[in-house]
Design a protein around this ligand. Structure first.
Ligand code: KIV
Ligand code: ZN
Length: 564
């Protein structure tokens, strides 16, 4: 913005609350949750959900564990009305779920809303009118405070009166001074108390006073001050449920809600993934999983977040952004090598403590149905631990530590050359192509081991080899299969190395792969270092010999590339 533009804005006032308590409080338990996906969320969609899509979303919200679900604005449109009727007629509302209906404080709308509730067992009637100076002046043409308060009171009185028309429905009452966040606090309180006086809340039918940040005008600490001030001053507090309904205009809807809870609120309204008007409503998934990550049970089940996201994206035609906490495609992906190394180390030491403690990951992705597959992707910026980690987790290869840099460098240089990221399955394929059972120029066709004919403890190896297309049979002896094979190569004048390390492992999964072996050889020619090769075979002995042949071939590949 240029200076001229900036000058048309001014700072918002703060709240006079010198003895504020909320900064020292902690969130220790979950609030009452109410989802407004089917109302605030739906009304903000470029293409609103059809009745069938709403039914699917409703079932999903029930499965997640919401006990209060705002199902719409039934007096606003026939589809909204019909949706609630479909829920009732198809007997889809569980007994422990309250459906909430929103209505403006206008007589005709309130009457129509009560008609829509016929047959509902548990309902919340949510009445609202706008209270802020800006709305009073602009939207309601310089309406006085008295007039605004009277609208709320008339609406509340009619709601109370109409409850008798649906005697089989338990009705709870909710009032929202819409645009609370920029309403004078004492006026918001005055209107809320006037409504509360009419509804006469009791312990088994408390009033819900929902205090919306309809537009997020301030930093979240100001919202917390407003909530604490209201909570400390409202009369009949014990029979009042204070509810938060934040929007996200400044990008701090989550923070405002969390601080609002510290300030004494009892209930939270929001949507999945923050869908809603403009920048959206509060993202309930984030707030609930933030609580889980501090050891607080929320009653909401996001253990299959990918499925929830799939239903959400399909029914709303919205997309969950890649970096949205918990649900975004990339939030469990580390591209940087140092992050990848730290994550691998953290994962390897998971058993050391009962508490989660993996660098860079606030929660275990598996707890929300995300897989480790997505944690690390390899590109040219990745570190040596990344490839080894993927080969281990995704493909079952437990590479010796000193082999990590060799394999890592090979894969990263390909990522660099191709200028793209290499997905996990391709990493497995490349590992096979570049390191496992290599056959050129040397291929081991067959071998036989004789443990009996030689001296005690000695093995005789008869190997059939193909070298540059030419078949050779070689025999060697040694104190084990590898040594015997090395000796056989020596007899064929093919030994220009010494074996410096050997490991083997069983491959999990019961496939016919059987075993993997890793052999490190060091060139006997000065200055040419050591190199690892890998062999995979149902027989562990053959895997070892194939690993040696792979290393032998890699040694030659290395020499060739150095000569070029
Ligand atoms: O944001 C808001 O103020 C609302 C009210 C209707 C509660 O959605
Ligand atoms: Zn809203």
């Amino acid at each position: 913005m240029n200076l001229e533009s900036i000058q048309k804005y001014r700072p918002f006032p703060s709240v006079e609350l010198p003895d504020r308590q909320w900064p020292d409080r902690r969130i220790t338990e979950a609030p009452i949750w109410c989802t407004v996906d089917l109302r605030d969320g739906n009304q903000a969609l470029p293409i609103p959900m059809s009745v069938d899509e709403k039914l699917e979303m409703f079932d999903l919200l029930v499965r997640i564990g919401f006990k209060q679900i705002e199902v719409g604005f039934p007096s606003a449109a026939d589809t909204e009305f019909n949706f609630l009727r479909a829920l009732v007629e198809q007997d889809r509302i569980p007994d422990d779920v309250q459906v909430q209906v929103l209505v403006q404080a206008r007589e005709a709308l309130i009457r129509r809303t009560f008609e829509s509730l016929e047959g509902v067992k548990n309902a919340i009637v949510h009445l609202y009118n706008s209270t802020s100076p800006l709305q009073r002046r602009i939207t309601f043409g310089d309406a006085s405070k008295e007039k605004i308060k009277q609208i709320a009171m008339d609406g509340a009185a009619l709601v109370r009166e109409l409850v008798d028309t649906i005697p089989d429905t338990k009705v709870d009452f909710q009032y929202s001074p819409e645009s609370f966040s920029d309403t004078e606090l004492d006026f918001a309180l005055e209107v809320c108390e006037a409504v509360s006086d009419i509804w006469e809340p009791e312990p088994d039918r408390k009033i819900i006073l929902n205090l919306p940040a309809t537009v997020e005008w301030f930093t979240p600490n100001v919202h917390a001050d407003q909530i604490e001030w209201f909570s400390r001053n409202v009369k009949n507090r014990e029979n009042t449920i204070i509810s938060l309904h934040t929007h996200n205009d400044r990008g701090t809807g989550t923070a405002a809600t969390e601080l609002g809870l510290m300030a004494g609120a009892d209930r939270v309204e929001g949507t999945l993934f923050g869908n809603g008007e403009r920048t959206g409503n509060l993202d309930i998934v984030t707030v609930a999983l933030n609580m889980n990550s501090h050891g607080i049970d929320t009653g909401l089940d996001f253990s299959d977040l990918s499925h929830i996201r799939e239903v959400y994206e399909r029914t709303t035609r919205m997309r969950v952004p890649e970096r949205l906490p918990y649900a975004g495609e990339l939030v469990f992906t580390a591209f940087s090598g140092s992050h990848q190394d730290a994550i691998k180390k953290g994962m390897d030491r998971r058993d050391e403590s009962e508490f989660w403690g993996v660098p860079y990951l606030t929660i275990d992705p598996r707890d929300i149905g995300r897989t480790y597959e997505a944690i690390i992707r390899i590109n040219s910026q990745s570190g040596k631990g990344g490839v080894a980690y993927i080969l281990d987790r995704e493909h079952g290869f437990d590479l010796p530590k000193t082999m990590h840099p060799q394999v890592g460098q090979r894969i990263y240089s390909l990522a660099d050359e191709w200028g793209r990221e290499i997905p996990n399955n391709e990493i497995g394929e490349l590992f096979f192509e570049k390191f496992v059972n290599l056959k050129t120029p040397l291929e081991l066709i067959d071998y036989e081991l004789d443990h009996h004919s030689g001296e005690r403890g000695e093995v005789i190896c008869d190997a059939r080899l193909l070298i540059n297309g030419e078949e050779k049979s070689l025999r060697g002896t040694g104190n084990g299969p590898i040594n015997a094979f090395v000796h056989a190569l020596e007899t064929g004048d093919m030994k220009d190395f010494t074996v410096t390390d050997y490991r083997s492992q069983a491959l999990a999964g019961g496939s016919d792969a059987g075993a993997a072996a890793y052999v490190q050889v060091e060139s006997t020619e000065n200055g040419k270092g050591s190199i690892w090769g890998c062999g995979v075979d149902p027989s562990i002995e053959m895997a070892g010999l194939k690993a040696l042949v792979s290393a032998w071939n890699l040694l030659r590949e290395e020499s060739e590339s150095e000569e070029q």
